[in-house]
Design a protein around this ligand. Structure first.
Ligand code: F3S
Length: 68
């Protein structure tokens, strides 16, 4: 049974530190201004581990996760 974890970024809180897309490049892209764009849900153990790291590493606590 596959679980999917969909990240979301609160862009009003994000300051463009970039740790999310450096930590989890399969889950986050970055736009031309250095702000993150969610690519898709984490569906694998590796992806979900990377997502938890991205959440923990964001200095602005701007990343949330929901069942996706
Ligand atoms: Fe923004 Fe946090 Fe990523 S500040 S660029 S969501 S690490």
């Amino acid at each position: 049974d596959e679980t999917r974890q969909l990240p979301a970024v609160d862009l009003s809180a994000c300051n463009g530190h970039g740790r999310c897309y450096m930590t989890a490049p399969d889950l986050f892209d970055c736009d031309d201004d250095g702000f993150p764009v969610v690519v898709g849900p984490a569906t694998t153990d590796v992806g979900q581990r990377d997502l938890q790291r991205a959440v923990a590493n964001c200095p602005e606590q701007a990343i949330t996760v929901s069942a996706g």
